[in-house]
Design a protein around this ligand. Structure first.
Ligand code: FES
Length: 292
């Protein structure tokens, strides 16, 4: 264990020391900016050069949607991912400045959720479900196949590693994921969070080959494929204003026969869910009086 009295600053201020108690679940990137710069995780660029006026305006728009500013943190983190393809230390500082939070508070949130990536992602993020049902149905085999197909037999791609140069066309970041909430269609994978159901190793290889060749195969259901940054902008809550473009971006068949089977059987048998009691929502304080 090491210790230091210095607090590392975000952005271009490189720390001269590393800091204490980096366990397996500690965000080492957040506390050791020197190595982060070396790995390209921490760009040596001022915040306003990375996140320009448009991103700043979007951030203000997001914050205005919530009674309490800090509630906008999760979409703000998606917004910074839509710009950089990951949550850099500058992204953390950007969110912190927007919300009047500390970098540590933002970092604690960004490192808790797996959807926030701490290293630059590829043009596409491929998430293979290896949770119980998918694993039993072949999810592990799909993941292993993609590891060696996107890497090599000798150097299979690791968790959240990228084949190609992150952000460049055809680059793919691979991860295994916990239950993707499509167990009835196992084994499944997602590309930029869009579903490809009932997969096999062969289908998955054909899919990533198409992505690397610049194609965008149609997901089994859901919206058409965009890219990781585009998906992140949608997750932040921004869509085209033009109705036709918006519909083209988000519309698609959303249900599968397997998923509706239970509802169909309940309908046929006249089963209904027990009624719930309406509980009034608590009254929130006015935004001006928000406690910091
Ligand atoms: S176990 Fe894979 S979607 Fe649930």
């Amino acid at each position: 264990m090491t210790s230091s009295t210095a607090t590392p600053e975000p952005g271009p201020h490189a720390a001269k020391t590393t800091h204490a108690a980096a366990g397996g679940d500690t965000d080492v990137v957040a506390i050791a900016p020197d190595s982060a710069v070396a790995e390209g995780i921490l760009a040596d660029t001022p915040l306003d050069e990375i996140f320009g006026a448009d991103t700043e305006a979007k951030a203000k728009d997001l914050i205005a949607r919530y009674p309490m500013s800090r509630s906008a943190l999760l979409p703000l983190l998606h917004l910074v991912q839509s710009v950089q393809g990951y949550v850099s230390q500058e992204g953390i500082a950007f969110c912190a400045r927007q919300l009047d939070l500390s970098d540590a508070e933002v970092s604690a949130v960004a490192t808790f959720y797996t959807m926030y990536k701490r290293r630059p992602c590829g043009e596409h993020l491929v998430s293979v479900c290896t949770n119980t049902l998918c694993a039993a149905m072949g999810g592990e085999a799909i993941y292993k196949k993609l590891q060696t197909h996107l890497g090599s037999e000798d150097a299979p791609l690791g968790q959240e590693e990228t084949a190609g140069t992150p952000g460049e066309p055809g680059s793919i970041t691979l991860e295994h994921a916990e239950c993707l909430a499509a167990c009835d269609l196992a084994p499944v994978l997602q590309v930029n969070y869009e579903y490809f159901d009932n997969q096999t190793p062969e289908k998955a290889v054909a899919l990533v080959d198409a992505l690397q060749a610049g194609k965008k195969p149609a997901p089994t259901r859901g919206a058409p494929l965009s890219d990781f940054k585009g998906a992140e902008l949608q997750l932040a809550g921004f869509f085209p204003e033009d109705e036709a473009t918006y519909r083209g971006d988000v519309d698609g068949p959303s249900q599968a026969v397997e998923t509706l089977r239970g509802a169909q059987i309940a309908n046929e048998r006249g089963w209904t869910a027990p009624a719930t009691q309406d509980v009034p929502l608590p009254v929130l304080p006015a935004k001006e009086g928000e406690k910091k």
